[in-house]
Design a protein around this ligand. Structure first.
Ligand SMILES: O=C(O)CC[C@@H](O)C(=O)O
Length: 347
């Protein structure tokens, strides 16, 4: 009989740690685990996960009811940086470590944010439509109204790892950059050619506002009507973080009433959006389907990283990236390296 029971939602898979992953600082034996695919409904998931030793939480909210029903779970692993799908407070109360992967797809998300910035700025989607609709001659006049990119200001809200990777990409375009992030040292901003700023300064001075605030309750609807009113009339709002950080109704109003020029969004408050979400019908909006992290490399890396975190804990060691590290002190797990985080799980 396998030693461990690991529960995953249907279709989610992970790889037992191999030997060439950069985070592997200790060789691990493959875990002797039975992998159980659980149904996505809460009752079905609880029935399958009750006796689990570990859970891979993908595609299903891991609620307090689920967590309270777990009898022998030693770790809940996430295949994302965002921890909004797990009730971390409930897990902490039960002494269960929750792991995430904050550093596996930084490059992909930064590429995507840069792509949205450029696509929004040069009106890629509108231009594409014009050509396909036989409106070739309309393309040039539309762009004759926009400024040159060089010298425009890019403002970051939150300056974690993804934002820093965007800054590296944006610098060669000649963008002036500023960032609001009370948790990041100003020296780190200066190192990236970014000027530290208040939220008000970022909003009122930026031609592009790139939102990177993490998925945490404290930043739910961090941007509301008053913030969109502070933004420049021709500005572009980019979001590759979480839809919930923005009051979407206010964003829609800002776009409809021309307080800002364009929104380029990979994330929405409700995903997938309902068919009557006004954003879907707006010309001044560029949308992608929460895919910024996706690449063949990321998918592989995610499976390996999730498997690695699971394997560490099941073999008695601290995980690499624990979002509630306080619980580790009270476990019998062996500390094998300090958890390295510069500002928390989403940095
Ligand atoms: O699951 C994904 O591909 C996206 C996850 C991403 O939004 C995250 O929070 O890490």
């Amino acid at each position: 009989m396998p030693k461990y029971r690991v529960v995953t939602p249907k279709g989610a898979s992970f790889t037992v740690a191999g030997s060439d992953y950069s985070y592997e600082r200790e060789a691990l034996d493959p875990i002797d685990a039975e992998i159980v695919e659980a149904p996505a409904d809460e009752a079905g998931f609880i029935a399958a996960a009750k006796n689990a030793d570990a859970i891979y939480a993908k595609g299903i909210p891991i609620t307090k009811s689920i967590i309270d029903a777990l009898e022998s779970c030693k770790v809940i692993t996430l295949g994302s940086v965002g921890v909004d799908s797990v009730d971390v407070k409930a897990a902490t109360a039960r002494g269960i470590p929750v792991t995430n992967i904050p550093d596996t797809f930084i490059e992909e998300v930064a590429d995507h944010a840069m792509m949205l910035l450029l696509a929004g700025f040069r009106r890629l989607v509108e231009q594409d439509r014009m050509v396909r609709d036989g409106r070739w001659a309309e393309g040039r006049p539309a762009l004759l109204k926009i400024p040159r990119l060089m010298g425009q200001t890019l403002g970051f809200i939150s300056f974690g790892r993804v934002a820093r990777a965007v800054a590296k990409r944006a610098a060669p375009f000649g963008l002036r950059m500023m960032a609001y992030d009370p948790f990041i040292q100003e020296t780190l901003m200066y190192e990236h050619g970014v000027i530290p700023a208040t939220l008000n300064e970022v909003l009122s001075q930026s031609d592009f506002v790139s939102m990177h605030a993490p998925a945490r309750p404290e930043v739910h609807h961090m941007l509301t009507e008053k913030h969109f009113r502070q933004m420049k009339k021709g500005s572009i709002f980019i979001n590759t973080g979480r839809g919930a950080t923005v009051d979407e109704e206010s964003l829609i109003k800002a776009l409809q009433e021309g307080w800002i020029a364009h929104a380029a969004l990979d994330v929405l408050e409700k995903e997938p959006p309902s068919h009557n979400n006004p954003l879907l019908g707006m010309e001044n909006v560029t949308l992608t389907a929460h895919v910024a992290s996706a690449s063949a490399r990321f998918d592989e890396a995610r499976k390996r990283r999730v498997g690695y975190e699971l394997s560490l804990v099941l073999q008695g060691m601290w995980p690499v990236s624990c979002v509630n590290p306080s619980v580790l002190q009270n476990t019998a797990l062996r500390r094998w390296q300090p958890v390295s985080m510069d500002r928390g799980p989403n940095s």
